[in-house]
Each structure stands twice: as structure tokens, then as C-alpha cells.
Design a binder for this molecule. Structure first.
Ligand code: NAD
Length: 487
């Protein structure tokens, strides 16, 4: 496939995701010299837009997203690569028409990004297959929601698998494209100081928090069918848990890495109707004040009653030798006071303190949002004299990724869009940062257990006022274990 000409086909090229994320990512890959000089980019969508109007839309979207980091010459190089064709997925000629646009398919190496509703994956993959457009080395990129439970996820994965084998299927979890998430692997497996302590003997517990200040906004129609468990935990939070908890893979191959991740997912202790009220908390935002605005509350926004949770906290236990006895507390929610993505590794206390004041246990805090940084809290002697023994104080060893990689001394590096790395990896055929089918299914199997347990024993979420830290039950979840959230 080395001398085939590369083509990127963006299906859904006029959509929200494409305009906000994908076109800007492609343009920035071009600016940084990562796109083959011959790469053609074809947008396919329902809307008929002529080429000048389409190019103008992409130009505006890239400028809006990238701002001052966009160099003057980038668009001159990028925009000529683009073309747009209007095709409705229900058109029986979809495949033939795309084929005509592509030209001699045997001479091409095509990556398709399906930025459309998953309900269209099946017809589109059928069109691609029947027109002979899905053969190796061609690849496909798809993104969540890959179903709303294990059964529906299998249907979606089957419809894609018919046209593209697993090695050529790239399932995005955009968290895996984030710099700090990638850095978790470097932190764990490129250092000797953490890994010997990375287990239940030294770590008391782990917290993973993904908090959002926004409500459901115009996604409510979609969201009401999913809720926080399916929308956030099944994918993003469990992917973080995998990277935090996995065994060291023997190499950095996509499958070596994903073999270890899937073992973590399969080791998650099932949550049942008997335990669900003790190990999970469900919340839904009610009336309140968030992001400087009055919020009517989820049900008022929806205009009808709903048991969909906008907040979830879970005590997840990994039943294996490394982690037995060290819970992973997960929480995510909407209309919370801050936008934060954070991992806290709480180490165990010293076995015996010889000092007058208490030694606080070490804590490693890995922040992904709003700033990317890593801090290790270390106990120190408080400076100065004291009449009653040595006094201690915690201080942070701190790695700010923004300032650490400040190459030229003044301007911090541009923060990349997660999709830039993922599109680049897909163009290069590297699927290490993409989710394998068995991972998706193992995650759904565990999440389905929680959904079923909720339906039986915990049908109604607790209301929390918008703009507050979530329901009381989330605090009681840790309180029962004599622990507290890192707020
Ligand atoms: P959108 O509705 O804004 O865009 C959909 C695109 O699909 C448009 O280009 C439209 O022309 C095309 N399309 C729709 N029906 C079609 C048909 N019958 N035939 C051909 N083309 C058709 O949607 P979006 O927000 O861009 O999301 C696309 C997908 O990505 C969805 O599955 C969504 O859940 C997922 N997603 C979106 C976001 C986001 O931030 N918007 C984030 C993660 C995942």
C-alpha cells in the first residue's frame, strides 16, 4: 500500500463535529507537515453545497477554532485538497457515486471517518462494501455512541465488521487522544519510581473525576436516552481506569497494549441489585445556578419527568492481585461548579509516624483539565523552630506540562485537539490509541450490570441543585469508607 495515493473521506463533513473538531484538526496536521502532499480530502454529506461555499465553511471553521495559531500559508495549502459531494445514505447509488469521485480505487489508500449517527453506519458500510471501496488497506474511523448497551453495540460493530476487519476499524475515544492521557503511559512505564508502588500494598485508593459545568443543552434529546453512565463512564472513565490499572504490556504494539486493557475491564467486580445502593450514587440536576445563569433543572428543560441521571459516582473494584482492596472511585456529572478532569492516586499512610504532627499520606494528582499538570504531594519539615517537636508540611513536586515543554522560552506550545493525534494515527494505520471491539464489549457488560441493578433497586436519581457538587449520596459513598473526594 506504500505507493497508493492517500485519500481521507469525511462522511458528515458538514456536521457539528466536523466543523468544530475535524476540519481544524486536519488543517493543523497540514500546517505541521503531517499530511502527505498528495492527500485528497473528500467530504460527503446530505447537504448539497457547491465547492466555493463548502470551502468557505471549512475556512471559517478552521479560523474560528485555531485563531492566532493558524499560519498565513496553511489554508492555501489545505483548502485545495478539499472537495464535497452531496449524497444521502439512503441513495442506492451512494457507493457508485463515491467511487466515481474517488477514481481508480485499486491505486488508493482510503481512510473513511464516519462522522454521522451510528444508525447510518450500517447502510454506509454496505454501500462501501458493495461498491468495492472497503477492501484492505482502506480503513474506517467511528466514534461513540457505539450502542446504548452490549446488545445494540454488537449490532453496530457487526455492521461495520462486515465491511472492515478489526485491524482496519478505528474506534475513537477522544480521551485517548489527549496529551495527558497518553502521558499516563509514559509516567507509568518510562519511570522506575512509580511502578513498584503501583499496587494495593502502597495505594489506598484512586479517584477519577470528570466534572462539567454545562448542562445537557441542545443534546438533551439524545442524552435522555443515555445518561451519564452510558455517555461518560462506559467509555471515557473506564478508558482512564484501564490505563491506570493495566499491567505493563510487553511492548507498545496496539494489541499488546489492548490485551492488557481488556483484562482490567474483565476484572471489574460486577455491581448487582444487592450492592448498587452502597457502591453507586445517581443524581440529576434540579433548579439552580450554573455558569452564571439560572438553570431550570433537567426535567423542566425536558418538559416531562425523567429518571435519566446527569451525575454518577461509582466505587469500582478490580478483582485481581494487583488491585484487590484498593477501590477506584469514579464520578462524573453536569452543571457542577468546575470543569475538571483529574486523577488522584492516594497512597497509604506511613506505617508509623515518629513526628509530633501527623504525616499526610502522599498523593499523586494528575490533571487533564483545565490545565495539564502532575503533582506529587511530599511531606517536608516546616521551616523554622518549634517548641514541641518537628512540624511537618506537605509540599508539591510539580510538573506543569505547559511550562515544561515551552520550547522557545516565551510562547507555550499550542494545545492540540485530541482528534489531531487520532486522525494522524489512523492515516498511519496505528490503532494503539483506538478502542478494540472486545474492550467496548467488556465495558458494556459491566455497565449493563449497573443499569440493570439501578432498574431493580435504584430507579430514581437524587436531585442536586444545578451549580453544586452533586448529590449527597456521592459523599456518603466515600464517607462509608472513611474517605473524602479531592474537591
Ligand atoms: P450533525 O447532525 O451535526 O451532523 C451530521 C452529518 O451527517 C451532517 O454532515 C449530515 O449531512 C450528515 N447526514 C445526516 N443524515 C444523513 C444521511 N441520511 N445521509 C447522508 N449524510 C447524512 O452531527 P454531529 O454532531 O456532527 O455528530 C456526528 C456523530 O458524531 C454523531 O453520531 C454524534 O453522536 C457523534 N459525536 C458528536 C460529537 C459532537 O461534539 N458533535 C462528539 C462525539 C460524538
Amino acid at each position: 500500500s506504500a505507493n497508493r495515493k492517500p485519500v481521507f473521506v469525511l462522511v458528515g463533513g458538514t456536521g457539528d463535529l466536523a466543523l468544530r473538531m475535524l476540519w481544524p484538526s486536519l488543517a493543523m496536521l497540514d500546517q505541521d507537515g503531517f499530511l502527505d502532499k498528495d492527500l485528497r480530502i473528500i467530504s460527503v454529506a446530505r447537504e448539497a453545497v457547491d465547492r466555493p461555499a463548502f470551502v468557505e465553511r471549512v475556512r471559517a471553521a478552521v479560523q474560528k477554532r485555531i485563531g492566532v495559531d493558524l499560519e498565513a500559508t496553511t489554508l492555501d495549502q489545505f483548502l485545495p485538497r478539499l472537495s464535497h459531494i452531496a449524497l444521502d445514505a439512503s441513495d442506492p447509488q451512494w457507493g457508485a457515486k463515491l467511487k466515481a469521485e474517488l477514481g481508480e480505487v485499486e491505486a488508493l489508500n482510503v481512510v473513511y471517518f464516519l462522522s454521522v449517527s451510528p444508525s447510518l453506519f450500517k447502510p454506509i458500510c454496505e454501500h462501501l462494501e458493495s461498491a468495492g471501496l472497503s477492501k484492505a488497506p482502506n480503513r474506517v474511523i467511528i466514534e461513540k455512541p457505539l450502542g446504548r448497551d452490549l446488545a445494540s453495540s454488537k449490532v453496530i460493530n457487526d455492521s461495520v465488521a462486515h465491511a472492515f476487519d478489526e485491524a482496519r476499524t478505528f474506534r475513537i475515544d477522544h480521551y485517548l487522544g489527549k496529551e495527558t492521557v497518553q502521558n499516563l503511559l509514559a509516567l507509568r512505564f518510562a519511570n522506575t519510581v512509580f511502578e513498584p508502588l503501583w499496587n494495593a500494598q502502597s495505594i489506598d485508593h484512586v479517584q477519577v473525576t470528570v466534572s462539567e459545568t454545562v448542562g445537557t443543552g441542545d443534546r438533551l434529546g439524545y442524552y435522555d436516552d443515555y445518561g451519564a453512565l452510558r455517555d461518560m463512564v462506559q467509555n471515557h472513565l473506564l478508558q482512564l481506569v484501564c490505563l491506570l490499572a493495566m499491567e505493563p504490556p510487553s511492548n507498545f504494539n496496539a494489541d499488546a497494549l489492548r490485551d492488557e486493557k481488556v483484562k482490567v475491564l474483565r476484572s471489574l467486580k460486577p455491581i448487582t441489585a444487592d450492592t448498587v445502593r452502597d457502591v453507586t450514587a445517581r443524581g440529576q440536576y434540579g433548579p439552580g445556578f450554573a455558569e452564571g445563569k439560572q438553570v431550570a433543572g433537567y426535567e423542566a428543560e425536558k418538559g416531562s419527568p425523567s429518571n435519566t441521571e446527569t451525575y454518577v459516582a461509582i466505587k469500582a473494584e478490580i478483582a485481581n492481585w494487583r488491585w484487590a482492596g484498593t477501590p477506584f472511585y469514579l464520578r462524573t456529572g453536569k452543571t457542577l461548579p468546575s470543569r475538571t478532569t483529574e486523577v488522584v492516586i492516594q497512597f497509604r499512610p506511613v506505617p508509623h509516624s515518629i513526628f509530633g504532627s501527623a504525616a499526610q499520606p502522599n498523593r499523586l494528582v494528575i490533571r487533564l483539565q483545565p490545565d495539564e499538570d502532575i503533582k506529587l504531594t511530599v511531606m517536608n519539615k516546616a521551616p523554622g523552630l518549634s517548641a514541641d517537636g518537628m512540624q511537618l508540611q506537605p509540599l508539591d513536586l510539580s510538573l506543569s506540562l505547559q511550562s515544561a515543554f515551552d520550547g522557545n522560552g516565551d510562547k507555550p506550545p499550542r494545545r492540540r485537539i485530541a482528534y489531531e493525534r487520532l486522525i494522524l494515527d489512523a492515516l498511519n494505520g496505528n490503532n494503539a490509541a483506538f478502542v478494540r471491539r472486545d474492550e467496548v464489549e467488556a465495558a458494556w457488560a459491566w455497565v449493563d450490570g449497573i443499569s440493570a441493578a439501578w432498574a431493580e433497586a435504584y430507579p430514581k436519581p437524587q436531585i442536586y441543585p444545578a451549580g453544586t457538587n452533586g448529590p449527597m449520596s456521592a459523599y456518603m459513598l466515600l464517607d462509608r469508607d472513611h474517605r473524602v473526594w479531592n474537591d
